[in-house]
Ligand binder design. Structure first.
Ligand code: M6R
Length: 366
């Protein structure tokens, strides 16, 4: 059942401290400053043999894949392409030797993702998956799998499965980096120690007080004509995911955008009827995103800053502070208030949160 929560979505949002711990912590070997997957998957020889990675998925899973691209390129120095499975399968995609196709899928039964990975294999790629269902078609058709331990996800809007995918992708990036010898043991240990400390930080975003804060933001902005979610770097896909959540459960128009692209068009949309959520955590692009918040404000936009960058909070009209962590781990934390904001706006609009109109949990047909 819903364990006392009014919706599965809210229950699943609250499961995230456990889900992240289950998915990540047993695989972290702090002594070695490394990641160990069950059955010794992704060993050094395998990691060294990967020349290129092609990530495939749909919807929320693809957003996890976009985060994975930043992680794998940044930490393991492997070039990564990411594509919608539905686009990949119907163009004439090029796969170079040494390509690993990486499917990301909660259900393991999404038709487009299965078809795209089959095509990648035909073109010579090996296939790996990040998946939440052990016996699924996707897992059966993969050479290597990293399971997420999110447990069954009932709410159509993916929440815990997404953060678990991001956690799994983070582990994979670190393993690839270590296996290829491009990341020092002590640097990996530092990042993994930070990862091990994430649980109370996730919990702090789920206290009654933290929930009340997101409900307050939702109340203030539920009447906005539209929402623009902005982010940079590893938090750019977090912006895309925040917008998708709002669209799918609250039926409100929302767009995710790379903050640096603002000036190339979307800034024309800004007026007092638009709410702009900027996802900004302390890190190498924080100052840039902060400047974007200022530009939006100067044009009369209503701004909300989400993340660990306190200076952003002091500029924005409202703020959702998120605990500080390593920049690479910030997507897991920043996603949570966005899930809650979408949830509360959907609640205010009286939407059927667990079963949004026109949507199915698994899209097993095209
Ligand atoms: O089961 P999958 O992860 O392959 O599903 C992919 C998408 O259909 C899914 O993430 C969809 O976008 C959700 N409704 C997002 O909340």
């Amino acid at each position: 059942g819903k364990g006392g929560y009014p919706h599965y979505m809210l229950k699943e949002i609250h499961e995230q401290p456990d889900v992240i711990a289950r998915t990540a912590f047993d695989r972290i070997d702090l002594g070695a400053g490394d990641v160990r997957f069950e059955g010794g998957g992704f060993d050094d020889a395998f990691c060294r043999s990967v020349e290129r990675i092609q990530i495939l998925g749909c919807g929320t899973a693809l957003h996890a894949g976009q985060i994975a691209k930043y992680l794998i390129e940044g930490l393991a120095h492997i070039p990564v392409d990411v594509d919608f499975a539905s686009e990949f399968r119907y163009r004439d995609p090029r796969i170079v030797p040494g390509t690993l196709a990486l499917a990301i899928t909660q259900s393991g039964e999404t038709a487009d993702t299965l078809a795209a990975t089959r095509l990648a294999r035909e073109l010579g790629a090996r296939v790996a998956s990040i998946c939440n269902v052990a016996g699924s078609s996707q897992v059966r058709e993969s050479d290597a799998t990293i399971l997420t331990y999110a447990g069954p996800e009932i709410g159509v809007a993916s929440t815990k499965a997404f953060t678990a995918q991001v956690a799994a992708a983070t582990l994979l990036a670190i393993r690839l980096a270590r296996g290829r010898g491009v990341m020092h043991e002590h640097k990996a240990r530092q990042l993994l120690e930070e990862f091990r400390m994430i649980r109370p930080k996730i919990e702090s975003l789920l206290t009654d007080e933290a929930i009340a804060r997101t409900r307050e933001i939702a109340r203030k902005h539920a009447g906005a004509r539209g929402f623009l979610f902005l982010g940079r770097g590893v938090n750019y896909p977090v912006a895309l995911e925040g917008a998708l959540k709002l669209k799918e459960i609250a039926y409100v128009h929302a767009e995710g955008y790379a903050a640096g692209e603002m000036k190339h068009g979307p800034i024309a949309l800004i007026d007092p009827g638009m709410t702009i959520l900027a996802i900004n955590s302390v890190g190498h692009v924080a100052e840039k995103t902060r400047a974007n918040i200022e530009q939006v404000k100067a044009r009369g936009g209503v701004t909300v800053s989400v993340g660990s960058d306190d200076l952003s909070h002091s500029i924005a009209d409202s703020a959702v502070p998120v605990p500080a962590t390593d920049e690479w781990l910030s997507p897991i934390l920043n996603s949570i208030p966005l899930q809650l904001i979408a949830y509360h706006i959907a609640e205010i609009h009286g939407c059927d949160i667990d079963k949004p109109r026109n949507l199915a949990k698994s899209v097993t047909v095209e």
